[in-house]
Write a protein that binds this ligand. Structure first.
Ligand SMILES: C[S@@+](CC[C@H](N)C(=O)[O-])C[C@H]1O[C@@H](n2cnc3c(N)ncnc32)[C@H](O)[C@@H]1O
Length: 318
C-alpha cells in the first residue's frame, strides 16, 4: 500500500503544478507556492533500473555506517553548526542560512529516487511546500511561533509574505537567536528569538493568544520524547499547529523503498509515536486533526516533508 503520490516522477521531468498538487493533496495549491515553483523550474531525471537499484543499495549501505542519533546530547552540535551559518551571514555569503543538509542531488520523489538537475532543488521544493501550508493556515493570524527554528529561513519566508505577522523563533541553540537578531535588524521584520528546549518546555513562555505554531524537521529531533512538548502545546491552546516533519508511521515497511528510509529514520532516533499520539487525542476529541499529507518528497535518506496540521479543541485539555 503506497500512502504517497506514486508514478508521477516520469511525467515531465519538471515539478509542475499537477505534480505539486499531488504532493500537497490539493487540486488548488496555494498561488504563491505555484509561483515559487514556476520561478524555480525544478528539473529532474529519472534513474534507470540499474541506477535506481544502486541508489537503494547505497542508501542501505549508509544505514550500516555509524549514524549519529538525535537526542539531548546533540545540543552542542547544533550550537556549533548554526554558529558557522552565523559567520557566513556576517561575511555576506549568499545562501548563508540554507542548512547544509538540504543539498542532496539524488532525492526521493513520488515513490522513486530521482536525480535533481536544478541547483538547490530540495530547498526550493521545500520552500514551495512551506508556501502552500503557510498560505493555507497562517494567512489570517497575527502571530506565528516556530519551535526548533534553526537559521530562521521559514520565519524569513513568513515575514516576507505576511509583513504584519509577529514572529517568534525558538531554539535551544543560542547561535539561532543571534542569527534571528541579525535578520530582524537587516530586514526590519517583526521577528524575535528566544532560547527554548523542547525536551523541557518552559511553562513561563505563554504563546500569544491565537498564535499559529510551526515546526519543520524539529520534532524530528525528539525521537520518542515528544510528550512534554505536546502537553505544553495542549496547555497553550494555539489556533493551529502545522508540522512539516518525517513521520515514521507513514512508511510502509513492506516496501523496500520505504523500508530503507524507515531504517535510516530509526537509526537517527527521529520522531516516533507522535502521529499516533495525535490520533489518540483526536479520538478523545481533545484536538482536531486537520490534515496528514505525506508529500512523497524527501532527501536521499528519508522523507522529512509530511504535513500534519491540528488544533486543540476549546476546553479540550486534560
Ligand atoms: C534539522 S534542524 C531544522 C531547523 C529549521 N526548523 C529548518 O527547517 O531549517 C533541527 C533544529 O531543531 C533544534 N532542536 C533540536 N532539538 C531541540 C530541542 N530539544 N529544543 C529546541 N530546539 C531543538 C536544533 O537546534 C535545530 O535548529
Amino acid at each position: 500500500m503506497a500512502n504517497h503520490p506514486t508514478g508521477l516522477a516520469t511525467a515531465s521531468g519538471v515539478v509542475d503544478a499537477a505534480l505539486f498538487s499531488q504532493l500537497v493533496g490539493d487540486q488548488q495549491p496555494d498561488p504563491q507556492a505555484l509561483a515559487s515553483l514556476a520561478a524555480a523550474e525544478l528539473r529532474f531525471a529519472e534513474l534507470d533500473q540499474a541506477e535506481h537499484a544502486a541508489a537503494l543499495a547505497r542508501a542501505a549501505a549508509v544505514n550500516q555506517t555509524e549514524l549519529r542519533p538525535s537526542g539531548p546530547h546533540r545540543a552542542d552540535d547544533w550550537e556549533r553548526g548554526w554558529a558557522e551559518n552565523l559567520q557566513l551571514l556576517a561575511a555576506g555569503a549568499p545562501d548563508a542560512l540554507v542548512p547544509k543538509y538540504n543539498r542532496h542531488e539524488v532525492l526521493r520523489l513520488a515513490g522513486r529516487y530521482v536525480q535533481a538537475l536544478t541547483p538547490q532543488f530540495e530547498y526550493q521544493l521545500y520552500t514551495a511546500l512551506r508556501h502552500h501550508w503557510f498560505g493555507r493556515w497562517f494567512g489570517d493570524l497575527t502571530h506565528v511561533v516556530e519551535f526548533g527554528c534553526g537559521t530562521g529561513t521559514s520565519l524569513e519566508l513568513l515575514a516576507a509574505r505576511f509583513p504584519d505577522l509577529e514572529l517568534l523563533g525558538l531554539d535551544w541553540a543560542s547561535s539561532s537567536q543571534q542569527i534571528l537578531a541579525q535578520l530582524a535588524a537587516r530586514t526590519g521584520a517583526q521577528l524575535a528569538g528566544r532560547r527554548f528546549d523542547m525536551f523541557h518546555p518552559d511553562p513561563t513562555l505563554q504563546l500569544p493568544a491565537g498564535a499559529g505554531v510551526f515546526t519543520s524537521a524539529a520534532l524530528e529531533q525528539l525521537g520518542a520524547d515528544h510528550g512534554p512538548l505536546l502537553d505544553y502545546l495542549l496547555r497553550q491552546q494555539p489556533a493551529v499547529v502545522v508540522h512539516l516533519e518525517p513521520i515514521l508511521e507513514r512508511y510502509d515497511p513492506a516496501e523496500p523503498f520505504d523500508a530503507v528510509a524507515r531504517d535510516y529514520h530509526l537509526r537517527r532516533n527521529y520522531l516516533r509515536g507522535y502521529l499516533p499520539a495525535l490520533q489518540r487525542l483526536a479520538a478523545q476529541r481533545r484536538i482536531e486533526l486537520l490534515a496528514v499529507q505525506r508529500s512523497g518528497f524527501g532527501s536521499f535518506h528519508h522523507e522529512g516533508y509530511t504535513a500534519v496540521v491540528w488544533r486543540p479543541r476549546r476546553g479540550g485539555t486534560a
